[in-house]
Design a protein around this ligand. Structure first.
Ligand SMILES: CC(C)(COP(=O)(O)OP(=O)(O)OC[C@H]1O[C@@H](n2cnc3c(N)ncnc32)[C@H](O)[C@@H]1OP(=O)(O)O)[C@@H](O)C(=O)NCCC(=O)NCCS
Length: 214
């Protein structure tokens, strides 16, 4: 079973999601409906997201099965979003994928890059993961800034990769391995030493992402 820690940097804390967060998360999801919808994972042929309580139960079950590490993000002690390391595999792959969101009211304060850095460093140093990836829709300019600030390396375009907002959507994928970030992802974020150009997207992938596949 994955034991999800509490990790803090300045005003930003990430900690394990709990069933009693359901109320706060329900309110945040409701208040940020239009802000989040375009980027939210959906399930083909199903209607709407499950209630927060059900979603939390489901990720806690996956955490017990070592597949997911589900965190809430707190800013100055208030829950403002979530960051989740999912699809965790150990052994020869030792990899996981990070997803995140914050409320619109706190966007632009650097909360997400710090939350992702905290979780990534923990995954490398405590969980025994070797590679963390983040996949982002080409239209999501704000999220593309997050991976640049963290110095994540562009890996490629995955066509119609994840079901988001009701359809299969292309994603740009970025990754960082523990050997690339031996001094820590948080350290290079706070020092401003992350190599942003690693996240550059080659023109041919930008063109491909604008071209529908048949
Ligand atoms: C993407 C997201 C998580 C970024 O979180 P954040 O905590 O605001 O991250 P940052 O503070 O580093 O801001 C990132 C970029 O957002 C943009 N931004 C800044 N303030 C903003 C605001 N008030 N509203 C919208 N976007 C804003 C800027 O481009 C910023 O980059 P910059 O700092 O170089 O100017 C957040 O915008 C969000 O939750 N969006 C909706 C859900 C989502 O897209 N999830 C990710 C799916 S891959």
């Amino acid at each position: 079973m994955i034991v999800v820690p509490t990790l803090t940097h300045g005003d930003v804390t990430v900690r394990a999601v709990r069933l009693r967060d359901a109320h706060a998360i329900t309110r945040l999801l409701k208040d940020n409906r239009d802000w989040l919808r375009q980027w939210e994972a959906t399930v083909p042929d199903s209607y709407g997201a499950p209630p927060a309580r059900q979603m939390i139960k489901s990720v806690l079950r996956l955490a017990r099965q070592d597949q997911v590490a589900p965190f809430v993000i707190e800013h100055r002690g208030t829950v403002v979003g979530q960051v989740t390391l999912s699809g965790i595999s150990f052994g020869s792959l030792a990899s996981g994928a990070i997803g995140y969101w914050v409320a619109q009211s706190v966007a632009g304060n650097g909360i997400t890059p710090h939350a992702v850095a905290l979780v990534t460093d923990w995954a490398f140093t405590r969980l025994g993961i070797h590679r963390v990836e983040v996949c982002i829709r080409p239209e999501n300019i704000a999220s593309l800034r997050v991976v640049r600030k963290l110095g994540m390396r562009y890996e490629g375009l995955r066509r119609r990769y994840i079901h988001i907002d009701g359809d299969w959507r292309d994603h740009y994928c970025f990754a960082v391995t523990s050997d690339e970030a031996f001094s820590g992802v948080l350290a290079r974020l706070t020092r401003g030493t992350a190599n942003e150009s690693l996240a550059d997207i080659p023109e041919h992938d930008q063109i491909a992402a604008r071209t529908p596949i048949r």
